[in-house]
Write a protein that binds this ligand. Structure first.
Ligand code: FAD
Length: 229
């Protein structure tokens, strides 16, 4: 999979501080812009996050290019409703070569992996046969498996991203969306380290696992991993 941070709100952390300051100030917005220059962004952002005044985080957005994930994972991704998506169409695009994701459990099973690849490739052969027989791509695609790769552009604001990372970087999430979410987190952490300092599963963001009996039981290891991310 390939994940790229295509774009984001300029000065994402300052933008959020400005929005929060506005709520509690009698100054004009231009006066506030001047005042914000001298404010400790770290101190103020920490205060906002601690207070739970999270709506101001919605003013900073991040746009990702995501390629080479399976349709199984893109379906999980688009369940997150507070985001914008543009996905490569299987109706309008005709696929020439088989491109699909092989889960590690299948890749590492010598008896299964070849059969998996052969089966998926035979589906793509049949897809091509249907196109050649005049079946429209939008109908021939019904033969594609969940493993088929896709491309999608996603825009989320910082509030939704924190929520998304909470769910999808957790060990309870499936390996592929977890891998994708961690890559997204490492990209935004570089651009907005204060917002995403504690982003991650419950054991990282609140120091407390929220998964009950479904816990992975490895909070210290996970915290260490996210500290280095
Ligand atoms: C480990 C795991 C297992 C899962 N298993 C399944 C499964 O078996 N079957 C299945 O169908 N799904 C499953 N899901 C998907 C899950 O149910 C959610 O659809 C998905 O995670 C999107 O999360 P969300 O609804 O919190 O967030 P988003 O859509 O990202 O929304 C963010 C938040 O906004 C608020 N919000 C958004 N829309 C509304 C609304 N209409 N009304 C009120 N509040 C709203 C909520 O507070 C919500 O948490 C699973 C998810 C995970 C992480």
């Amino acid at each position: 999979m390939k994940i790229t941070l295509l774009n984001f709100t300029p000065n994402p952390e300052k933008t959020i501080v400005l929005a929060a300051k506005l709520c509690y100030s009698d100054s004009s917005i231009s006066q506030l812009e001047d005042k914000v220059k001298d404010v400790s962004v770290e101190k103020f952002l920490n205060k906002i996050l601690q207070m739970g005044h999270l709506s101001v985080l919605e003013h900073s957005t991040f746009t990702f290019g995501i390629e080479g994930i399976s349709r199984a994972t893109s379906h999980q991704l688009v369940r997150h409703r507070l985001a914008s998506y543009s996905q490569q169409s299987q109706r309008y695009v005709k696929f020439k070569e088989p491109e699909f994701v092989i889960p590690p459990t299948i890749k590492n099973n010598d008896g299964i992996t070849k059969k998996f690849s052969d089966t998926v490739e035979s589906l793509y052969d049949f897809y091509q046969e249907m196109l050649n027989a005049g079946i429209p791509a939008e109908d021939a695609r019904y033969i594609f498996p969940n493993a088929a790769t896709t491309k999608i552009i996603v825009t989320m604001n910082a509030r939704e991203l924190l929520h998304f990372f909470g769910l999808r970087t957790c060990e309870r999430a499936q390996w592929e969306i977890r891998e994708m979410a961690k890559k997204m987190l490492s990209l935004v952490k570089k651009e907005a380290p204060l917002i995403f300092k504690k982003a991650g599963p419950g054991c990282v963001s609140t120091n407390k696992c929220t998964e009950g009996e479904m816990t992975c039981g490895r909070p210290d290891e996970i915290r260490e991993e996210f500290r280095k991310l």
